[in-house]
Design a binder for this molecule. Structure first.
Ligand SMILES: [Zn+2]
Length: 85
């Protein structure tokens, strides 16, 4: 999955999160993505990395590709949940 010039990796095996997208107002199964180099999650996606050393996780709406950052703890709980299914 690519967003502009950045590529982010969808975390395989993580449980999707059904939530209301703040951007397109659809309820979609947001996918967990792993962005090791840092991008600006939010609206709109920043053209430049806001940080370069943090490992960032996000939930991305498959409809409009808008993303929100989530904490590492939240991301890891989704991964555990996905793997236990
Ligand atoms: Zn959306």
């Amino acid at each position: 999955m690519r967003f502009g010039e950045y590529s982010v990796k969808v975390v395989k095996g993580a449980a999707p999160v059904r939530r209301l997208c703040d951007n397109c107002n659809n309820v979609t199964d947001h996918v967990l993505v792993d962005q090791p180099y840092g991008i600006g999650f939010g609206l709109p996606f920043s053209k430049r990395p806001l940080w370069s050393t943090h490992r960032a996780y996000g939930l991305v709406c498959p409809t409009c590709t808008s993303g929100v950052e989530i904490s590492k703890d939240e991301a890891q709980s989704l991964i555990r949940k996905g793997q236990s299914q």
